[in-house]
Design a protein around this ligand. Structure first.
Ligand code: DC
Length: 227
């Protein structure tokens, strides 16, 4: 294995990907890149221009946004800066969550972000989480994980996250929003949410974060020693 390591973690919304990717990155001393934050950043910029109203001009509007799109990932993706503005909190708004799947279907958005994702990882070891990391962004990643959890568990996690920000949405509504996002992410024509054939499925239901982290570390160290 080369000294550069790429770990891809994919899975549906609120399956625990980013929590585990961050912890794994810390334990292994690798850079963590949150690819969903890139799609959220484009969505936020689009909402600021359009108030969230979809139209036939969207491809053109998105091209304009992407022509001046300078995104920075600071402190292992804790702080996301777009064109010098800290957007770390704003990209987690529920309005962004509900519109991001629509924005992620545009080919111009996907190709620009694919370019950024590959450039960020061109000369360093990274853990990147998203929907198409193991299938499209890094089909040759050293390790590929696909995280899953039941819809109820995922809605509970998102409810907690939103409550911390003072947003309250009932759990049934959240479960419906998450299912709709997964439906859109899995059914889009370009780079849909999909398990790579060689990805290891990690079911996070009824497991503590430490248990899942242990499972990931075990997989990585076992494979590394057997190589
Ligand atoms: O991981 P997240 O929930 O923050 O991702 C937000 C959205 O971004 C997700 O619903 C679809 C899109 N996305 C994508 O299309 N491809 C990726 N690699 C990552 C995210």
């Amino acid at each position: 294995m080369s000294s550069q390591i790429i770990i891809a973690i994919d899975g549906p919304a609120a399956s625990g990907k980013s929590t585990l990717a961050k912890l794994l990155a810390k334990r292994l001393g690798l850079l963590y890149i949150d690819s969903g934050a890139m799609f959220r950043a484009v969505t936020l910029a689009w909402i600021q221009k359009t108030n969230g109203h979809k139209s036939e001009a969207d491809a053109q509007i998105l091209d304009e946004i992407l022509s001046a799109f300078n995104i920075e990932f600071l402190d292992n993706s804790k702080t996301i800066v777009l064109n010098s503005n800290d957007i770390s909190t704003a990209i987690r708004d529920n309005q962004v969550s509900q519109l991001v799947s629509y924005i992620s279907t545009f080919s111009g958005v996907r190709s620009k972000l694919l370019d950024i994702q590959r450039k960020l990882s061109s000369d360093q070891s990274v853990i990147m989480d998203g929907r198409d990391i193991g299938t499209v962004v890094f089909p040759n990643a050293d390790f590929k994980f696909f995280m899953i959890a039941s819809p109820l568990e995922r809605a509970k996690r998102r409810e907690k996250e939103l409550a911390k920000r003072g947003e309250r949405i009932n759990i049934e509504e959240l479960a419906a929003q998450i299912e709709e996002r997964d439906r859109q992410d899995s059914s889009r024509a370009i780079a849909p949410l999909k398990k790579a054939d060689d990805a290891i499925v990690i079911d996070t239901d009824n497991k503590t974060i430490d248990e899942v982290l242990g499972e990931l570390l075990m997989r990585v160290s076992t494979t590394q020693t057997s190589n």
